[in-house]
Design a protein around this ligand. Structure first.
Ligand code: PMP
Length: 367
């Protein structure tokens, strides 16, 4: 994972808690069918490409000046998109939800503080913790990777973390948490005043009836819901993540953000895209249909896919997950080996990509 020799890196005066860590490294391979990073694999619609181009062209003329440090128009548009009676004072944005999470850890974590996550979960959580020198506490899930309100609340009450990261729908398992879990965890942080972050990167793909933690924000000043334009909006390359929380949370983040962290180009891109969010979200229903097709197809192969509220499917029952991963890659299909024995994760792509994946699976497993 390093480009120099491990000895050369070890010789640098690196912070102790970064020694021996591997960087985030989902393979970026040139394959016909890339279903390994949960992007929206549909291209950006023409209409939106035109709108973004015009907006960026206009912004280009003013690049001699720093951008609006408060990205006011963007916060208004995001509040409008989310609904739930949110105002722009409750919105905050950054370069991907990764930067949002980093800023939250910078403001509320840090040396001597702790953040709790529930693995298997988003692989960046421990790395963001290390980068901000926040101790990462790994909570426990059930055998089937589920997390109940009772169990989560008991673990939070016992360890009293400064921050709790609840990923819903969870990456890599794909399943959303019930709001009872968020409510119980929030209550369990009352005694020690911990922050509760619900990472809803995949919220737009949820199954009917799954509710967003946005509805829990009123009256909960330490609750934060993070979102991104990288998934449903098909704009991973634009790097635009955001959060909704009490206005005082955004004030806390103003203390740690770099001045002008959201470039004029990023703001112009996101503002234009949000004017067309209905068009951008048109692919969501198709992706959900492909996801359900993957679940059915894998069940038909005798495998055990998890319930998915997201644009990917986590499935078990493989004899040798790495061999299956390699077999798929040999057939031009890249999926994710998340390092859990007998399991793999695949992104729901277009109908053609899904067909290619399912056919390759039949071929690899010889079933
Ligand atoms: N949260 C989760 C659960 C994710 O899976 C991802 C992307 N893989 C992110 C956050 C970060 O996405 P981005 O920085 O592109 O918004």
């Amino acid at each position: 994972d390093t480009i120099s020799s491990p000895e050369a890196l070890a010789a640098l005066p690196l912070r102790e808690n970064l020694r021996g860590l591997s960087p985030y490294g989902a393979p970026q391979l040139d394959v016909p069918i890339a279903l390994n990073t949960n992007e929206n694999t549909h291209p950006v619609p023409d209409e939106v490409v035109q709108a973004i181009s015009a907006s960026v062209t206009e912004a280009a003329g003013s690049l001699n000046r720093y951008p609006d440090r408060e990205f006011t128009e963007l916060r208004q548009r995001l509040a409008e998109y989310l609904g739930h009676g949110l105002s722009e004072t409750q919105l905050w944005a950054a370069n991907g939800s990764n930067e949002i999470l980093q800023q939250l850890l910078q403001a509320f974590g840090g040396p001597g503080r702790t953040v709790m996550g529930f693995p298997p979960t988003y692989s960046m959580y421990p790395l963001l913790a290390a980068g901000t020198d926040t101790a990462y506490l790994a909570g426990q899930r059930g055998e089937d990777f589920s997390l109940t309100a009772e169990s989560a609340a008991a673990q939070v009450a016992e360890h009293r973390p400064n921050l709790v990261l609840l990923c819903s729908p969870n990456n890599p398992t794909g399943t959303a948490l019930g709001l009872d879990v968020v409510e119980a965890v929030y209550q369990a942080t009352e005694a020690h005043q911990g922050m509760v972050i619900v990472d809803e990167a995949y919220a737009e793909f949820a199954l009917d009836g799954t509710r967003s933690a946005l509805s829990l924000l009123p009256g909960r000043p330490r609750l934060v819901v993070t979102r991104t334009m990288s998934k449903a909006f098909a704009l991973a390359g634009a790097r635009l993540g955001y959060l909704a929380a009490a206005p005082e949370v955004t004030d806390a983040l103003r203390l740690v953000r770099l001045p002008y962290h959201l470039s004029a180009v990023s703001q112009a891109t996101a503002n234009a895209a949000l004017q067309h969010y209905d068009v951008l979200l048109e692919t969501v229903e198709d992706i959900k249909a492909q996801r359900d097709r993957i679940v059915d197809g894998l069940r038909g192969l005798g495998l055990s896919p998890a319930v998915s509220d997201s644009n990917f499917v986590f499935f078990g029952g493989l004899e040798d997950a790495h061999a299956t991963w390699q077999g798929l890659l040999d057939r031009g299909v890249l999926v994710r080996d998340v390092g859990i024995a007998h399991h793999l994760r695949v992104t729901a792509g277009t109908e053609a990509e899904t067909t290619a994946f399912l056919e390759a699976m039949v071929d690899v497993l010889g079933r």
